[in-house]
Write a protein that binds this ligand. Sequence first.
Ligand code: 5AD
Ligand code: SF4
Length: 474
Amino acid sequence: MTQESQKFVVRTFGCQMNEHDSERISGLLSTEGMTAVDDDTEADVVVLNTCCIRENADNKLYGTLGHLKTWKAQREGRQIVVAGCLSQKDRDGVRGRAPWVDVVLGTHNVHRTADLVREARVIGPITEIFDEAVVDDHVLFPSALPVRRETTWNAWVTIQIGCDNTCAYCIVPAVRGREISRPIDQILDEVAHLAATGVTEVTLLGQNVNSYGRDLALAERRETGSGSARPLFARLLREVGAVPGIRRVRYTSPHPKDMRTDVLEAMAGTTAVCEHLHYPLQSGSDRVLALMHRGYTADRYLERLTEARRLMPDLAVTTDIIVGFPGETEDDFVRTLEVAAEADFDSTYTFIFSPREGTEAATMVEHFVDPAIVADRFERLRIVVERTALRRHEARVGRLEEVVVEGPSKRDPGLVSGRTRHNKLIHFASTEPMRPGTYATVEVIRAAPHFLGGRLVEVLAEALHKVRIPVASL
Ligand code: 5AD
Ligand code: SF4
């Protein structure tokens, strides 16, 4: 069978960075002449883009690979590709546990996907993992690769790869390598290119966006002997927000220890930057924060939040919290409940601590918290956060919100679903079908902890695109 007539599926298990890598993998296979399909039964190649941040991601992968063994046996020539963070971590271990896998590649050689699929057809199974990023603009950042996106109006833009922090629980630095910032001009070129193809919303991606540009500034100082080594994220926000055609700018994730006033001011002073801050707390206990090496206290976290809300009074705030970090006592957890209530979050992503081999926290075995206690804490936190979320949503009833249409509602296809600038899901009725990417004014008429209900007031701007943007390369 020629590569051209082949069909592929890419399945993503991880974070937005991983989703974006999947878009690159799809782009690469599409430029080879292969066709993306939704269903494994049609596919010749299944790519699993994996995550290793928590243990259940591992279990999910190896479970899926078990099913795919049967899938592969059903038709001659089928191939299984495992990419992403888990392959970077497990390396030869992937094929050790699932020898029927054809290609294993990691986080630093996504650009090699199509080549490896082709080579494996000829020479048999391949495991190729690079130890670190190839410092070459052609392969380092996604704009240098074709990207096949699922949506037409919004796009992820990588501004930084890797992470230089040492959070005791986190495997990311081990699988994504050291922090490397993408040059500002390259980012602005990609955003301008996206805007020219009808994209109106961009999400800037990095593991620690507040330190964006510190390495670039240091390198410049080394070369020229002058200049400051300050991060450039505030400047980046303003410049991305000024790109014609870009109506919304989002970013993820900042680190509270590095959040500076200049970034909050840039958010407040740049119309396109959405009034939403994802601000990972992790724990409300200073003792646990210190064990985690987070570099801030709960008070400092809350002070920054107060400053953010002073500059942006109508700010939605979401967070990540880990429950059951080794040694977390009832008192520590109660602090988390108190800080979460005081922070008045719009929503939280709550995670149960998961020991990742190779991290400091994974060695604290004698302090692991009883799973029954962790489950109880998880539930107590959920109740606190749903209460604040509902109250904050109820306060929006009666307001007019700018909404971008995402498509028909998944719960009720008679309704249209969209996102507010605060990143809230809102469902509303429309007599006319509305194209994804259309901007509208919607009045909020109903509130629930995880979504809003609305009434369409007027369409502000029709989406440019009827169909998916074809593979685009810069
Ligand atoms: N266990 C549980 N949650 C984790 N996170 C990262 N590592 C772990 C782990 N080992 C969570 C953090 C982070 C989010 C992306 O995932 O809350 O902010
Ligand atoms: Fe993303 Fe981290 Fe999971 Fe990798 S390990 S997919 S960087 S969350």
